[in-house]
Design a protein around this ligand. Structure first.
Ligand SMILES: Cc1ncc(COP(=O)(O)O)c(C=O)c1O
Length: 396
C-alpha cells in the first residue's frame, strides 16, 4: 500500500486528532535512517518524538523482542514476571528510586505519579494535601488528570470542567511558587526541560529552591522525565544535572525503544503508600515491553549512549550557536544533550520543518522553535551533515 492509499483510508476511518499529516509513510528503518514507500531515505532527527533512542531496527532490541514473542507475550500481573522484576532492578540500581511501577505511556505514568503523591499524603494523615502545582507551559499528557496538570490553556478548553486540584506557576519564579504553596499542597511536578512547549530550561537555582521548599513543607517533588529521561539530556535522568533526587520521577518514550512502556519510579517512603488494590494495570510491565526495555538498557551500556548524547549534543549545539552568529533567522539555541530547540525569528518553524522534510530530514516544530530529538546513536558527522542542510534551508 502506498502513502496516498493509506491517506485515503486514514481520512475515512481514523479520528482526525493529528490533522493533515506529513505525506509520507515509512516501510522500514535502520539506525538513524527511515525508508519511505517511494524509495526515498530520510534522516531521523526526531526519533518518533524522543522515543527511538537506540535508533531503528537495532539488532539487540529486535532479538530481545523476537525471543520474548516466541516464548510468551503477555500473562498478567497476577503472576511474577522475570523481565519486569529485572527491569525494575535496573531502573532502581541506576537512579534514586527504590521501587518502580510500570504503565504503558507517559500520561499513564504521570497519572500513577499523581495518585502515588496523593495517597502518600492521605496515608500520612494529610488528606487536606491534595493539590498539585505544575508550571505554566508544561506538558504532562492527554488523559483528564494530566490535561489538568498541563499548564497550557489550548489543551484544556474543550474539556472543562477540568479535574480539580491543579494550579500553575510561572517557570523560574521561585516567589510565585512560594506564594502558591499552602496547607493544601500535595506535590510540585515539573519537567526539567519543557519539551513540548519548545525546549525551555527550568534553571538550576529554581530547581534546587523548589526542591528545598518541598523538603521543608513535606511536599512531594515529582520530575516528569518522560521526555528528558533515558539519556536525552546527556545524563541518564535530567534531575542528575541539578543535584537533587526527586521523590517520584516518571519515564516512558525512550524506555522501550519504541515498544510502549511507562514507569513510575519512587523512593521507598513514597512507594510504600501503594497497597494492593490502590493501583494497577492489565498491560503495564508485561513481558514483551519489559524485554524491550531491558534490551534498551543493555544497548545504552554497551554503546555508551548517555555519554554520546552529552558529547554529540554539546557539539551539535555549539555548531548551531556558531551558525546563529551569522544568521539573523536564529534567535536562540536552547537545550542540553540531544534535546535541542532552535528558536527562529522572521520565518515560521513549520515552514522550515517542511523545507527540511524536502531535504529528507525529519524534525519537530512548535510555533517558533525547531525541535531536534535525534536517536542518541548519532555521530558528530551526522550533526555536521544536519547543520549544513539547516544552513542551506535557512538561506533560501
Ligand atoms: C514531558 C512529557 N510528559 C508526558 C508526555 C505524555 O506522554 P505520552 O504521549 O506517552 O502519554 C509527554 C509526551 O510528549 C511529555 O513530553
Amino acid at each position: 500500500m502506498k502513502t496516498n492509499d493509506i491517506k485515503n483510508l486514514d481520512k475515512k476511518y481514523y479520528m482526525n486528532t493529528f490533522g493533515e499529516r506529513i505525506p509520507v509513510s515509512f516501510e522500514r528503518g535502520k539506525g538513524i535512517k527511515l525508508y519511505a514507500d517511494d524509495g526515498s531515505v530520510y534522516t531521523d532527527f526526531l526519533a518518533g518524538i524522543a522515543v527511538s533512542a537506540v535508533g531503528h531496527n537495532h539488532k539487540t532490541l529486535v532479538k530481545a523482542i523476537t525471543k520474548q514473542a516466541k516464548s510468551v507475550l503477555h500473562v498478567s500481573n497476577y503472576y511474577y514476571i522475570e523481565q519486569q522484576a529485572k527491569l525494575a532492578e535496573k531502573i532502581c540500581n541506576n537512579s534514586c528510586a527504590d521501587k518502580v511501577f510500570f504503565a504503558n505511556s507517559g500520561a499513564e505514568a504521570n497519572e500513577g505519579a499523581i495518585k502515588l503523591a496523593k495517597i502518600y499524603q492521605y496515608k500520612s494523615g494529610h488528606p487536606e494535601k491534595y493539590e498539585i502545582i505544575t508550571l505554566v507551559n508544561s506538558f504532562h499528557g492527554r488523559t483528564l488528570a494530566t490535561v489538568a496538570a498541563t499548564g497550557q490553556e489550548k489543551f484544556q478548553t474543550a474539556f472543562r470542567p477540568l479535574t480539580p486540584g491543579f494550579k500553575y506557576v510561572n517557570i523560574n519564579d521561585i516567589e510565585a511558587l512560594r506564594d502558591a504553596i499552602d496547607e493544601n499542597t500535595c506535590a510540585v511536578m515539573m519537567e526539567m526541560i519543557q519539551g513540548e512547549s519548545g525546549v525551555h530550561h527550568v534553571n538550576e537555582k529554581y530547581v534546587k529552591e523548589a526542591y528545598n521548599l518541598c523538603r521543608e513543607n513535606d511536599i512531594v517533588f515529582i520530575a516528569d522525565e518522560v521526555q528528558t529521561g533515558m539519556g536525552r539530556t546527556g545524563k541518564l535522568f535530567a534531575y542528575e544535572h541539578y543535584g537533587i533526587t526527586p521523590d517520584i520521577f516518571t519515564l516512558a518514550k525512550a524506555l522501550g525503544g519504541g515498544v510502549p512502556i511507562g514507569a513510575v519510579c519512587a523512593k521507598d517512603n513514597l512507594a510504600q503508600s501503594f497497597a494492593p488494590g490502590d493501583h494497577g494495570s492489565t498491560f503495564g510491565g508485561n513481558p514483551l515491553a519489559c524485554a524491550a526495555a531491558n534490551a534498551v538498557f543493555e544497548i545504552f551500556k554497551k554503546e555508551d549512549l548517555v555519554n554520546n548524547s552529552a558529547i554529540v549534543g554539546a557539539y551539535l549545539k555549539e555548531k548551531l550557536e556558531i551558525l546563529a552568529q551569522n544568521c539573523d533567522k536564529i534567535k536562540e539555541v536552547r537545550g542540553r544533550g540531544l534535546m535541542i530547540g532552535i528558536e527562529l525569528e522572521g520565518v515560521s518553524a513549520a515552514d522550515i520543518k517542511h523545507k527540511l522534510f524536502d531535504e529528507k530530514y525529519l524534525v519537530g516544530a512548535t510555533a517558533t522553535t525547531i525541535r531536534l530529538l535525534p536517536p542518541l546513536v548519532i555521530t558528530k558527522r551526522d550533526a555536521d551533515d544536519f547543520v549544513k542542510v539547516f544552513e542551506k534551508v535557512l538561506g533560501e
